[in-house]
Design a protein around this ligand. Structure first.
Ligand code: FMN
Ligand code: SF4
Ligand code: SF4
Length: 248
């Protein structure tokens, strides 16, 4: 079983490619049952974006709260997709899973287009296509390692775990929904509210309203809006374009 969380399709694509290659199933964490009994020797994989050098909250909560019954010689792996660095996400996953009685056998990382468009420019389709082509090569290599059941932390470039102290506080502030704003081009279609993974958006008088003080900051609403009417911060996101993986 391969679990994934994906806002703009990178992790969904990665999880599906791996599942196809090893004859397994890829399941979104948003639809996952928190009770899982693994089959004998089955693979247990997690494919996640990196957020501020860490795991997204949704993934962390699943890893710590799911009731997973191991069976035989299971192989457990993490894949963090990332744009610049997966930071200390592997170390974090290893600790969270260990507290839930699960040993993480291996961790890998796949460099993909960076959907944190506050900083990264994804407005050039040719460059983005190139990045996804390279990512597909990296996925193929990880599949080989999974087939061989390689062990250990193969993520790179990594960050030491203590930096989490700093990234934690930066993320707490960044994920305030007051940083997200709506432009006049909104047509009130409701897609953002329907698809927010933590129901942080509600439609009021045909306009989306953020009803929670903080959210996951996954950028699904920003990148999927048909009118590109949701922006973050000082407006750099507008310049840097919208992104969804071509196979989303
Ligand atoms: C809030 C936020 C924080 C991010 N932080 C990092 C980061 O620390 N390092 C990194 O390399 N990429 C970072 N990214 C980029 C994503 O991890 C990357 O684009 C990922 O592949 C997106 O996966 P998805 O398309 O499945 O949602 C961040 C993206 C968002 C939205
Ligand atoms: S997805 Fe975009 S256009 Fe649709 S309601 Fe949300 S902000 Fe408005
Ligand atoms: S409000 Fe937007 S960025 Fe925040 S969790 Fe919902 S979809 Fe993701």
């Amino acid at each position: 079983m391969i679990y994934y969380f994906s806002a703009t399709g990178n992790c969904r694509h990665t999880a599906k490619r791996i599942a196809e290659a090893i004859g397994d199933r890829a399941v979104s964490l948003e639809e996952a049952d928190y009770n899982l009994i693994l089959e004998k020797d089955e693979v247990l994989g997690f494919v996640t974006p990196t957020y501020f050098w860490e795991l997204p909250g949704i993934v962390r909560h699943f890893m710590s709260d799911a009731e997973i019954t191991l069976n035989g010689d299971n192989y457990t792996f993490l894949i963090s997709t990332y744009g610049t660095t997966p930071g200390c996400s592997a170390e974090e996953a290893r600790k969270v899973l260990a507290e839930n009685g699960i040993l993480l056998d291996a961790s890998y990382s796949i460099k993909m287009p960076d959907n944190w468009t506050v900083w990264f420019d994804l407005s050039n389709p040719e460059k983005v296509r190139m990045q996804n082509r390279k990512a597909d090569d990296a996925i193929r290599k990880v599949i080989e390692r999974i087939r061989k059941r390689d062990l250990g932390n193969h993520q790179k470039p990594r960050a030491p775990y203590f930096v989490k102290t700093f990234t934690d506080s930066a993320f707490e502030s960044a994920r305030k929904t007051s940083n997200l704003h709506l432009e006049d081009t909104c047509i009130g279609c409701g897609l953002c509210a329907k698809n927010c993974p933590v129901s942080a958006i509600e439609m009021k008088d045909s306009r989306p309203v953020w009803v929670k003080e903080q959210c996951e900051l996954c950028f699904r609403c920003l990148h999927h809006c048909p009118k590109f009417a949701i922006q973050y911060g000082n407006g750099a996101t507008k310049k840097h374009g919208q992104y969804v993986h071509p196979e989303t």
